[in-house]
Structures are given as C-alpha cells and as structure tokens.
Design a protein around this ligand. Structure first.
Ligand SMILES: [Zn+2]
Length: 241
C-alpha cells in the first residue's frame, strides 16, 4: 500500500472527470470523508454528458442543463459547493493542448494539494471503466499537473493573466488497472448513494444502484484487506515530485 500524505497536510482537493456522475461512481464516499475533515473539494467536469441517459423522449438539447444541475446536487450531498464545467462534448474528448491549458488554468486557480483524476491507462478487465473520454480526461489532467501547472513558461498567457505556477503534491487515479490505496467509505456509503441517485437522468432502475455499488465496494475492501463488512473505494496514488 502507498503511504499517502496525511489529510492534515491537505487544504484543497481538485477532482477532474470527463462526465457528470464519474466522480460519484469513483470517489464520492472518499470526497465526503475529505469534506468532513474540513478539506475544500472542487469538481471540474470536462463534458456535459450529452451522450448519456435513457429517455428517448427527452430533447437532447436539454441534457447539458439537466446534467449540470444533477452534478451540483450530487456534489452538495458530499459537501462540495464549487463545481466547474468546461462544457466540452461527451464522446469527443481528446487530451488536446486546449484541454491541457484549460485544466492548467483550473489547477492554478484552485491550487489543490491533491487531485483525483481518471486513469489515463485502460483497464482491460473492466472496459466500461475506461471510456475513451475518461482516458482523455485523465491524460490531459496529468499533463496539466506535470509539467504545465508548475512551469512558469508553460502556456505563458496564464501567468500573464495572474495565474501563478502551482505544484500539486499528490495525484489519486480512479479506475486504474491496479490500486495501491483504499479508503474505507462504510460510514459515507449512504451519502455516496444519495449523490449517485441525484443523477436521475442516468438511472432507469434506481433501486438496483445501491446493491450493485455495495458489491463493488465490498470487493474493494476485501482486496485491501479490510475487515469483513467494510466498504472501500480504491485508487492508484502517485507522487508528483
Ligand atoms: Zn464517464
């Protein structure tokens, strides 16, 4: 297991995801623990999730507004009030210079000590975790962490606009093929489920959600060697130095 920085050294956490609801599947229980500990958490969602949902009668032009509102409600369930949307298109995300620059700007604004991002590496054992947008968001985010955010000469327009270089100390990857850190989320499980259920446009059978998520988190806890009956979210944590 990786020896993560103590939460007492963490003031701010920034989570970058491709779609509304990704953070809630991957890490909402952990986020609730952070906010309970007084850590400020900010979400940055790259796309508006335009390709998601199940209701064929819903006008697609309504989706961005609906999904942003759902993500804000989900964030509030776990103590997050600052949610930023880049407004890109679901299914078309690339780790472009534009996206790396936009994420570099957000990092320099938020100045997080720790980030939660999606793994840029594909998990061949569980393909739906590795949606191409997730890989792109993860790749762009790690390029923004290193070297762009800390390099005063990267994207010089940002420094000229007053966004000073910033070094993120630790990055937590979700949905990585392997994990080296598990967070016990047994006590925040109900809030994670409430956050997931806030994404009403995504759940044709909401009753099935809690048992399914409980199964995953039970497996995560077992793999991490936690006592029977505990639930855990798993991450691959990397230092950035
Ligand atoms: Zn997603």
């Amino acid at each position: 297991m990786y020896d993560v920085l103590p939460d007492s050294e963490i003031s701010r956490v920034l989570a970058v995801t491709a779609h509304p609801d990704d953070i809630d599947f991957g890490a909402a229980g952990t986020v609730a623990r952070f906010t309970d500990a007084g850590i400020q958490v900010v979400y940055c969602v790259c796309t508006d999730g335009q390709a998601g949902g199940f209701d064929l009668d819903l006008p697609r032009s309504e989706i961005p507004r609906i999904r942003r509102a759902e993500q804000e409600e989900a964030a509030a369930q776990v103590g997050v009030r600052d949610v930023r949307f880049l407004g890109l298109v679901d299914g078309e995300l690339e780790p472009s210079l534009e996206l790396v620059s936009a994420l570099t700007a957000v990092i320099r604004e938020v100045r997080p000590d720790r980030m939660i991002i999606q793994s840029p590496e594909r998990d061949w054992a569980l393909l739906p975790r590795s949606h191409p947008d997730h890989l792109a968001a993860g790749e762009a985010a790690i390029r923004a962490v290193y070297p762009a955010a800390r390099n005063p000469f990267a994207f010089p327009g940002l420094a000229a606009a007053g966004l000073e270089p910033w070094t993120v100390r630790e990055v937590w990857l979700s949905a990585h093929p392997t994990s080296n850190h598990a967070v016990d989320v047994t006590d925040t499980f109900d809030r994670k489920i409430a956050a997931l259920l806030a994404h009403k446009s995504q759940h044709p059978q909401p009753d099935q959600l809690a048992p399914r998520v409980r199964d995953w988190l039970t497996r995560g806890a077992r793999e991490a060697g936690l006592p029977e009956g505990r639930l855990a979210e798993s991450f691959f944590v990397v230092p950035t130095g």
